[in-house]
Design a protein around this ligand. Structure first.
Ligand code: ZN
Length: 290
């Protein structure tokens, strides 16, 4: 699953290469990625042909491309989806599913949706240019200028759930995935099971600041490694290999105290933490539930 920095890299690439261009044709090579469209592949293609992309926007890890008629094309990248911008004539990718031929006075390019497993897809959101209804429930991400830190801190401190679960709650804050949550918590020296309502405001602010810092570093890397005419997202990032302190480091020494990093089960996934720097909270004796 791509995380926010990778999706932002894609968004920035789409803004540069796709916005302003008109869709000359749409070729749906496999019906599954456009399964959300009740008109079927031909209707999907007809609806988009002749339209022009006027923006490339994102909320959390969700992307959309506003169109000149007020609708929007939504990209759901799922587990393995990629949006590529390629020159015409470049050989098809093995798992190419949908091709858009685009043109403006800069010339022609193709926007290609490539997806091996096809959990993702493309759909049209009527009237969705500003904010698609499909994304209205998703909170702003920590880099959004309108993200409200005070409101986030207040909402976290009303909840009994662990802080990691709250960081992943897309209605509170979007864009923080499993890896960045673990890294932010390690940097903030907080265990992910610490209940929101037991944290001081300064602790919540700290973990939010650390999430911004760790994702900001990855955003910077994504920006610098971006190839001029190649937009790609696949959930892999060189950043992860070099800069992680907790995630994926079970048994390796903590970069702060030298003790071994531990792994625990977390919502069918894993959490990594340092039991010395990130003290495991004692169990709440209360009978209240979150
Ligand atoms: Zn440690």
């Amino acid at each position: 699953m791509p995380e926010l920095p990778e999706v932002e890299t894609v968004r920035a690439g789409l803004e540069r290469h796709v916005v302003g261009r008109t869709i000359e044709s749409v070729t749906v090579l496999h019906p599954r990625p456009v399964r959300r469209d009740p008109r079927g592949p031909a209707g999907f293609a007809a609806e988009l042909t002749g339209r022009r992309f006027v923006g490339a926007r994102r909320r959390g890890k969700y992307l959309w491309l506003p169109l000149d008629n007020g609708d929007a094309l939504l990209g759901h990248l799922g587990m393995s989806g990629q949006l590529l911008v390629q020159p015409p004539g470049r050989p098809d990718e093995r798992h190419l599913r949908v091709r858009f031929a685009l043109r403006d006075d800069r010339g022609e390019v193709e926007l290609r949706f490539v997806d091996q497993r096809m959990f993702g897809g493309l759909s049209i959101s009527p009237g969705g240019a500003e904010l698609p209804v499909e994304m209205a429930h998703i909170a702003r991400d920590p880099f959004d200028p309108e993200f409200d830190d005070d409101r986030f801190v207040g909402r976290v401190r009303l909840r009994q759930a662990g802080i990691k679960r709250l960081l992943l709650d897309q209605t509170l804050v979007s864009g923080i995935g499993n890896i960045y949550a673990d890294e932010a918590l390690w940097r903030a020296e907080l265990h992910g099971d610490r209940p929101g309502d037991r944290l001081r405001p300064i602790q919540v602010r700290r973990v939010l600041a650390e999430a911004r810092a760790v994702m900001g570093a990855a955003l910077h890397e994504g920006g610098t490694s971006f190839d001029a005419l190649y937009v790609n997202v696949n959930g892999e990032s060189g950043y992860f290999d070099r800069s992680l302190h907790a995630y994926g480091r079970e048994g390796l020494p903590c970069d702060r105290c030298g003790g071994p990093i531990r792994r625990q089960e977390f919502m069918n996934r894993s959490s990594y933490f340092c039991p010395v720097c990130q003290t495991v909270p004692r169990l709440r004796r209360s009978h209240r539930r979150d």
